[in-house]
Write a protein that binds this ligand. Structure first.
Ligand code: ZN
Length: 249
């Protein structure tokens, strides 16, 4: 695989970034990112990975578009209400960058589908809205040793961290007890989900290219009401049921 003249022209405003260059652009072109959820966070992440020149995206999301999705799901259109969201996401991306290869799965995250699709992914971005799917994704990424960007939001707040299985804390190390999440009932401001979606794309790009320092063992939390951004250290738990030291590596 090589960068074409068209690639170099399309990405000429990012290739000169310090620490990026043609090599990073090439790595993006060769990379596959699985985005679990193409809603407010995942849709934004997928879109910006596409504009940056990712080679292939695998998009997982079940369900059809409904009117309340449109305050944040920027790849969708009003005309698409009642239709599957992953296909609309694919069309929206191809309108901007037809060079991105896209595989879609209109389904929930499950152990079965992850065991089939995870092996081809270089990085995974978790944008699911419930802990059931988040836990399945976390466990599968640990088992397949795939780097997982973990992003979530509620109301005006959001958090993000990046997990390397057996090296940094996994989702179950961070949340051994699962918070009470109201199924699809939490508040969402589209600009907040879009912000955390952009940060997720940046994390994936950093992991794939070696640019900068990803949020390994760090959790970035922000509250946009007061525009407070804080970074916390995270620690693995020896008794973690997913990646604990007692569990086989
Ligand atoms: Zn763990």
């Amino acid at each position: 695989m090589v960068l074409t003249q068209s690639d170099i022209e399309r990405y000429k405003r990012q290739i000169p970034i310090d620490g990026f260059g043609l090599e990073a652009q090439m790595r993006l072109k060769e990379s596959v990112v699985l985005v679990a959820g193409v809603g407010g966070i995942g849709g934004t992440a997928a879109l910006y990975l596409s504009t940056a020149g990712i080679g292939k995206l695998i998009l997982i999301h079940d369900g059809e578009l409904v009117l309340p999705d449109l305050n944040r799901q920027i790849m969708m259109s009003h005309d698409g209400i009642g239709q599957d969201r992953v296909y609309q996401a694919k069309d929206a991306i191809h309108r901007i960058n037809p060079d991105v290869s896209i595989e879609v799965l209109p389904d929930k995250v499950s152990e079965e589908n992850l065991d089939i699709i995870l092996p081809q992914a270089d990085v995974v971005i978790d944008c699911r809205h419930n802990f059931k799917e988040r836990d399945i994704l976390n466990e599968a990424c640990v088992r397949h040793r795939k780097i997982l960007v973990e992003a979530a939001m509620n109301d005006m707040e959001a958090y993000i961290t990046t997990i390397i299985p057996y090296r940094t804390p996994c989702l179950s190390c961070i949340y051994p007890e699962k918070p009470e999440w109201d199924y699809l009932g939490f508040n969402v401001l589209g600009a907040v989900s879009g912000t955390i979606g952009c940060l997720s794309a940046i994390e994936a790009i950093k992991v794939l290219t070696g640019l900068g320092e990803p949020l390994y063992s760090k959790l970035l939390f922000f509250d946009t009401k007061g525009m407070e951004f804080k970074k916390f250290n995270l620690y693995r738990r020896s008794d973690c049921g997913v990646c604990g030291y007692d569990n086989p590596c």
